[in-house]
Design a protein around this ligand. Structure first.
Ligand code: ZN
Length: 232
């Protein structure tokens, strides 16, 4: 099977992407990051997801981005709550982590080169998203171009790296439907930026609101919330 590096946060989007990579017969090498996020509970989710879906290898790399700048995801800054969806479409929120996807993709690129993998999967989305500049198609295309100039494998011409961003043009509801088709158990995934108690979703951050909108539009209940209501 062809190896592919898949960025796996433990959230809904990256889990769907992992399932899509598997459906395309890639052998996924899943990469997660402990970057100082307050919602580190997502890493436990990533571990369970990697085990459940089956990957060739799963690495959780430690890179403490707290040292390099403050974000509501990594520092003691309030996570915006209860924002209207229109507000998410304009402006860059406090949860933006400086250059996060560039850092993540760069490390994924390093692993891909080592593995001899020409394919890299990332779950960025330009529709139902939070206004992050490093989730746009132009950004992904530019990174792919850069990657092919950056590596020995690319320059020697025996590897043409491709970045797959299969969720880019999908709505959250379409992503959920796609994942359900592929048998993804979304109860395993964690999306919340500011979880409470034992890692349960706050229900009010951008990630929780976008997730809720997605399940509502897909016409299916969020299994994570059903577990919560059942006290499981
Ligand atoms: Zn939340």
């Amino acid at each position: 099977m062809t190896p592919a590096v898949v960025l796996l946060s433990g959230g809904l989007d990256s889990t769907t992407v992992l399932a899509m990579a598997k459906a395309e017969e890639f052998a996924p090498y899943a990469l997660s990051f402990r970057y100082g996020q307050r919602h580190a509970v997502e890493l436990e989710a990533a571990t369970r997801i990697a085990q459940t879906l089956g990957v060739a290898e799963h690495i959780i790399a430690d890179i403490d981005l707290r040292r390099l700048g403050a974000s509501a995801l990594t520092a003691d800054i309030a996570v915006p709550k209860g924002r209207a969806l229109e507000d998410m479409e304009t402006g860059i929120p406090a949860t933006y982590v400086p250059a996060r996807n560039t850092v993540f993709l760069s490390l994924a690129l390093a692993w891909a080169e080592f593995l001899g993998a020409s394919d890299l999967f990332i779950g960025v989305n330009a529709l139902d998203y939070s206004g992050y500049p490093d989730c746009r198609p132009d950004y992904i295309a530019a990174f792919e171009q850069m990657a092919n100039l950056a590596t020995a494998a690319g320059v020697q011409g025996h590897q043409r790296l491709k970045i797959h961003a299969p969720l880019m043009a999908l709505s959250k509801a379409e992503i959920i439907r796609k994942g359900l088709e592929l048998g993804v158990d979304y109860a395993l995934t964690r999306s919340c930026y500011d979880p409470v108690g034992e890692g349960m979703p706050c229900g009010q951050c951008d990630a929780c609101l976008l997730r809720a909108k997605g399940f509502a539009e897909a016409g299916v209940p969020d299994p994570l919330l059903m577990h919560r209501e059942a006290g499981v």
